[in-house]
Design a protein around this ligand. Sequence first.
Ligand SMILES: [Zn+2]
Length: 697
Amino acid sequence: MTTRRQFVQSLPAFAVAAQVALDNDAAPAAQNAAAPVAGHFHPKGKAPSEFTKEVLRKAKQALPFDDTRDFEEQRRGLVARMPEMQIKNDTGGVAWDMTRFQFLDQQDEFDSVHPSMHRIGQLNNNYGLYEVVPGIYQVRGIDLAQTTFVRGKTGWIVFDCLVTADAMRAAWKLFQEHKGEGLPVTAVVYSHSHGDHWGGVRGVVNEADIRAGKVQIIAPRDFMAYSISENVFAGNAMNRRMFYQYGVLLPVSPYGYVTQGLGHGISRGTSGLIAPTRIVEKDIEEFEVDGVRMIFQNTPNTEAPSEMNTYIPDRQALWIAENVCATLHNLYTLRGALVRDALNWSKYINEALYRFGQEAVVMFGAHHWPRWGNGRIQEILRGQRDLYAHFNNQVLHLANQGVTVNQIHNVYELPKSLQQRWDCRGYHGSVPHNARAVVNRYLGYWDCNPATLIPLSPEDSAPLYVEMMGGAEKIIAKARGLHDRGDYMLASEILDKLVHAEPKNQVAKDLLADVFEQIGYQQENPGLRNSFLAGAYELRTGVPEGASPKSSGPDVIRAMSTELFLDFLGIRMDSRKAEGMRFTMNLITPDNGEKFLVELENATLTNLPGFLAGKPDLTLTINRSDLEQTMTGAKTLEAQIKDGTAKVEGDVSILAKLAATMVDFDPRFEILPGTRGREELLHADAFEAVPGKTIPE
Ligand SMILES: [Zn+2]
């Protein structure tokens, strides 16, 4: 037995998990139409079919491969390659392993990889220190995002800090060896609230220097609120879904994980968060940072809820954050998030175009490579502006004519001019899943067909389908025929019913895995490919006993507001265990002057900041700094009461009752039928905050 935290921390980000013992010992041996292919990481893995190869051949012909400007820009300004192909982390493990991606440069094409995905994978093989313009440098290719160093008067201003301190330290070392002149970091600018842009901050600055006023940390409006909160409430589900979108378990291989579009992947090691010392509050703010004039443009509710661009007028250099990348970005991210506002996003790009883009001579961002020359910058900004606006406008145009969330991805198309632009190809967002997102944002999940309004659960409706279709053997025979004709979506449709009706039917699961695999090979988009291949993997092997990046560290817990913590306890509480319970509790945290009225009633836990009940059943007084000991699991609340760190007045037994209702979420829940392993996780401490890891994007 392991604890959730041990489990999450033990997981290899990209390794194959050990074979899982499944509850399907009685299932007949798999018999598949196609034979396993040599060189595939999985014993049941298949080669791409002729149909799949044809899809990839056609894609290659349709795309503008003679436009190689991205490769020129990606190579430009190389100062030094990173000498080590593997970067070690604190604990002796590997933070980053570039050897895995070298295969992408060793062949012109792979028949199991979409040519456009292969292309972005090759572009992501940049790995080293680059000059953007004199005085501005980037270390690229050692994490999902990159880090940028801008020369200030007395030192270096860092734009974004990667996911882990380990990767960030390596970046800083490489930079100092070539261009850093031994000067210190004088400021850090966080471009936005996603974890791949701040998690490595402790690799270049320490808290003492910040307290001493030597280093300033600048962030967009509402940064702290969103850096944590976006990933807490549904954090465990997001973690689980990252197995799919980010292919966490898939080995790097032409048959598995290839790249992640925004970068090759996520570094492994320690993430931290240091709170900003200066927030850019106004829409547009201008001030000097270490002697460099900067104009900050807040761009809320674009790629992230809290984000900002920065213009450096004296160098005519535009930092475009993650608002513009060399790809179509996610309007909906498959790991799960609120749907983003495409129109708002487009408007902020348009503002950057007219506010800064008329004179900028270089544009650089948080992922991918810079664009040089005003013509090129305008070309990219205009295309990206229209890309997001087109999604909003044309999807809603179609929705207003009755096209539903369940049809839009088969109807909506980008205009030809945008289809032919590499920076608008779907390496992170995809056209189909983004189109569905726009409908979902405005109209929600329902297609307005009463039959889908309160549908049966798939496992409840599937047995009737299977019965009416004449049973498992007929479905498998039909599905095999569809598979053999390359009709993978149709095969998936009926096999999905069968595996829901018969979760132990390994023949059905193996055939569905073969179907998913072919659909996966055909995808241009890494999130879609990974999702289908992860589905195939789990159908063949079961839900992994090991996987997923490291869970959040103490910094992240510390950054969680007490209100958010209490809200999350309300989510962790199994309401069914709280039937009939009732109490009112005051929580006072004297060191930060906060107070909360917490009530359990109607099997629902609520809290109200700033209020206290007149006659509470219990008053709990504990400094916020001590409460964090409990939130991180370092010391139980019980122990803190016992040693007097926490003071209680009233009926202390309600804490034990509340603790008994808490459930620890298991990050290995079953997604596809009949794939769950056996091992149960041990319960975490009752009041430990378990918000999952910081989630990059
Ligand atoms: Zn990012």
